[in-house]
Design a protein around this ligand. Structure first.
Ligand code: SAH
Ligand code: DHB
Ligand code: MG
Length: 220
């Protein structure tokens, strides 16, 4: 089945996603620097871009930068004068992301902050950072619930939150799996289940990244 998922994804991307030298260059630079190819797929990046445009996002927070591929999609959706902050643990990843954001002409509106995202988030909260319109959670899956709590603190009523990788090939419902990344997703789901602070859904996805899914939440 995965061959077909892949082929259909290529078909969809071929028809609907512009062949953008900046985005292709970002992936090439990430690959050359040895970063893992775990960025969102082009059609997923564009989905994030469209979500951000639907809500006319002026302030976007990303948790988990990698080489800045999704950050480029998101920053390009910012309304005039908007800002994207993206958090990354690995200084090498952050360097590649900065180079990619520079090459995309986005250095004036996109900022990469290096360090463990929990510490960066706590520092932002302590500093009284203004609320974000859109928050994309895509870092260490073991810590999704902790990122989620901080995201809520950095949100306002109406903020859109997207959480990547909540299905993991179906492992999320595999009772025999004690993978800490899967446990992170389950802890998150258990919180959201009764969480009156948000309205949430989640959708399974297949394609060039295999079988996974994302959660979509709006803050009450
Ligand atoms: N959003 C990116 C992909 C992110 S991959 C894209 O789609 O293009 C996950 C990233 O989270 C990796 O770069 C990894 O180094 C980073 N990461 C892992 N643990 C982290 C932590 N504790 N704090 C911040 N970033 C972390
Ligand atoms: C991994 C991380 C991701 O954010 C993703 O979308 C796919 C895979 C990973 O760490 O393997
Ligand atoms: Mg991801």
């Amino acid at each position: 089945m995965t061959d077909q998922w892949r082929a259909v994804d290529h078909y969809l991307c071929d028809h609907l996603i512009e062949n953008d030298p900046v985005l292709l260059g970002a992936l090439a630079r990430s690959d050359a620097a040895g970063l893992p190819a775990i960025n969102v797929a082009p059609n997923q990046g564009k989905l994030l871009h469209l979500y951000a445009r639907m809500i006319a996002a002026g302030r976007i927070l990303e948790i988990g930068t990698l080489g800045g591929y999704s950050a480029i999609w998101l920053a390009r959706a910012l309304r005039a004068g908007g800002r994207l902050v993206t958090l990354e643990l690995d200084p090498k990843h952050a360097d590649v992301a900065r180079a990619n954001l520079d090459a995309a002409g986005l250095h004036d509106r996109a900022e990469v902050r290096v360090g463990p995202a929990l510490a960066s988030l706590d520092a932002m909260i302590a500093a009284g950072e203004a609320p974000f319109d859109f928050i994309f959670i895509d870092a260490d899956k073991r810590l999704i619930p902790e990122y989620y709590e901080r995201a809520l603190t950095l949100a306002r009523s109406g903020t859109l939150i997207v959480v990547d990788n909540v299905v993991r090939g179906g492992a999320v419902i595999d009772a025999d799996t004690a993978d800490p990344s899967v446990e992170g997703v389950r802890r998150f789901m258990a919180i959201v289940r009764t969480d009156r602070r948000v309205t949430a859904t989640a959708v399974q996805t297949v394609g060039i990244k295999g079988y996974d899914g994302f959660a979509l939440l709006i803050v009450a």
